[in-house]
Design a protein around this ligand. Structure first.
Ligand code: NDP
Length: 254
């Protein structure tokens, strides 16, 4: 019996990067995991295959977020996958899928880019949660993947941090709303972590050095640093933690 056996989780954007790490970790802890992706179905299948190879259970759900009908598409795929596994409800919801137009300061960010980030990073988690509330079991978990750029002025633009700040407000406000059902809602504040999203920026030695030097633990984050923290919040050990931000940055700018 592992910590999450009998639980069902949905991790948005778990075809790659941090989301994949979270999906693999939750599955290792015993959860059945819905591996959601936007366009990269092959990567999602690879994640599900890696989970199965490690003895876990997963299925994939494709739905591009931030476009009309996104939540409907996701719900249809999710319901099909759950049914195939004899399930109809969810215990753990991780809003991880995110979009960041890096290196687009206020001078150049377009209204279209701004709207796209809001649609993927804020609107999709909001309305996906709304649709899933009846299916989320009492005592469940919602984890929102936020960013260190909500607590320090980012070198890489203002639009993206604004969306993550909104997600943090979503976390604590929803935590109060769902408290009577025993559902916890928290943000995980992530620092620079090696993924496709940051590969280009971190390939610049000066940027890499600047970010390492301002991190107390003296390195850039790895996917599993974040995945392990999310697994803790998803577990019964974190039952008394809600409405807060857990800083998983290795101590950036202390
Ligand atoms: P990646 O770019 O490596 O992966 C993004 C994931 O989200 C992919 O699975 C992708 O699916 C999915 N996704 C992106 N856009 C959409 C969309 N429109 N519709 C559906 N799915 C989408 O990102 P990271 O792993 O680096 O980031 C994960 C989360 O962590 C994000 O919320 C990000 O903002 C946050 N974060 C990351 C940091 C970092 O340093 N990496 C720092 C702070 C926060 P597909 O494969 O199909 O494209």
């Amino acid at each position: 019996m592992t910590k999450l056996s009998g639980k069902v989780a949905l991790v948005t954007g778990s075809s790659r990067g941090i989301g994949r790490g979270i999906a693999e970790r939750l599955a290792r802890d015993g959860a059945l995991v819905a591996v959601h992706y936007g366009s990269n179905g092959t990567a999602a299948e690879e994640t599900a295959a890696a989970i199965a190879e490690a003895g876990g259970r997963a299925f994939t759900v494709g739905a591009e977020l931030g476009v009309p009908g996104d939540v409907d598409t996701l719900m249809t795929g999710l319901e099909t996958g759950l049914r195939a596994h004899g399930e109809s409800t969810l215990d753990i919801l991780v809003h991880n899928a995110g979009l960041n137009f890096m290196g687009r300061p206020i001078e150049v960010l377009t209204p279209e880019e701004f709207d796209q980030m809001v649609a993927v990073n804020v609107k999709a988690p909001f309305f996906l949660t709304q649709r899933l509330l009846p299916r989320l079991r009492d005592g469940g978990r919602i984890v929102n993947i936020s960013s260190v750029s909500t607590r320090l002025a980012s070198d890489h633009g203002i639009g993206y941090p604004l969306t993550k700040g909104a997600l943090d407000v979503f976390s604590h406000t929803l935590a109060k709303h769902l408290g009577p059902r025993g559902i916890t809602v928290n943000s995980v504040v992530v620092g620079f972590t090696r993924t496709d999203m940051t590969a280009q920026v971190l390939s610049d030695p000066a940027t890499l050095e600047r970010n390492v030097s301002r991190t107390a633990l003296g390195r850039i984050g790895q996917v599993r640093d974040v995945a392990d923290a999310v697994a803790f919040l998803a577990s019964d050990d974190a039952r008394w933690i809600t409405g807060t931000k857990v800083d998983v940055t290795g101590g950036v700018n202390l």
